[in-house]
Ligand binder design. Structure first.
Ligand SMILES: Nc1ncnc2c1ncn2[C@@H]1O[C@H](COP(=O)(O)OP(=O)(O)OP(=O)(O)O)[C@@H](O)[C@H]1O
Ligand SMILES: [Mg+2]
Length: 249
């Protein structure tokens, strides 16, 4: 794992074509350690595709992904995980027959930790997301809001240097989203990781993120602080067209 605290993740001019569709076009962004970057945009604007490209689940058609000086473009997911990038999935992927603790341990082992290290990290990650009391419960018995929390613990268990969260607030009510906000806010400061979060919960995004990057039809339309983005005409138009509300009520 790369340990330099000054490292930045660079996404450089990423284009991704699927058959008959350009999902991303020339997307460039950087993610610094200790910061929380929100990646937002209407449905189908390319947010999950970009996380898939960064974490190795998809190869880009063009462009590069670098961690500091290390070019990780096209590396397989397990190799990228070993460099210190971790992610959650928009669709929850817990092993329902395993306990919560085992689920988190498996994630740590897959990221290259030994079994004893994985147990220690899994306990730390569960404590970090406030789920220690759920450790021995089978994942299949968890209520929905708690499953999302365990997904975050799984990603945290490898002590990532860059963390990618794909819609961690999906399906959560306002109170659960507030709990998520409290849990995520101190993480980059306390662990030194850089966090990129995708979500449609604008109340959460506007309060959590230091910076926002906005995609529409696979292209960057705006980058700035939540306040700058909130007032950007192109962003407002994109969200109006999508039927979703940009401004939190
Ligand atoms: N494997 C694939 N093959 C073909 N097209 C795909 C594939 N994955 C995504 N797409 C298309 O690429 C575009 C971007 O999809 P993506 O899932 O990245 O959007 P998103 O911004 O994450 O949307 P949402 O907010 O609904 O999750 C969409 O038009 C989608 O249908
Ligand atoms: Mg998505």
């Amino acid at each position: 794992m790369i340990q330099n605290n000054a490292l930045t993740l660079h996404v450089e001019e990423i284009t991704k074509d699927f058959v008959g569709l350009r999902a991303l076009e020339d997307v460039t962004l950087s993610l610094h350690r200790g910061e929380i970057l929100g990646l937002i945009g209407p449905n189908g604007s390319g947010k999950t595709t970009l996380i898939n490209v960064i974490t190795g689940f998809l190869k880009p058609t063009r462009g590069r992904v670098r961690v500091g000086d290390t070019d990780i473009t096209g590396w397989p997911p397990h190799r990228i995980a070993h460099v210190g990038l971790a992610r959650t999935f928009q669709t929850i992927k817990l092993f329902r027959g395993l306990t919560v603790l085992e689920n988190v341990e498996v994630a740590a082992v897959s990221a290259g930790l030994s079994r004893p290290q994985a147990r220690e990290r899994a306990l730390w990650a569960l404590e970090r997301v406030g789920a220690t009391h759920l450790a021995t419960i089978p994942a299949g018995a968890l209520p929905y809001g708690e499953e999302r929390r365990i997904e975050v613990a799984r990603a945290l268990a490898s002590r990532p240097i860059f963390l990618f969260l794909d819609e961690p607030a999906a399906g959560l009510n306002e109170q659960e989203s507030d709990t998520l906000l409290e849990m995520l806010t101190p993480l980059p400061r306390e662990t030194g990781c850089g966090m990129l979060i995708v979500d449609h919960d604008m109340r959460l995004i506007m309060r959590l993120c230091h910076r926002l990057h906005v995609l529409n039809y696979g292209r960057t339309i705006c980058e700035g602080t939540p306040n700058e983005v909130r007032h950007d005409k192109e962003v407002i138009a994109a969200y109006l067209g999508s039927g979703r509300r940009m401004l939190p009520c």
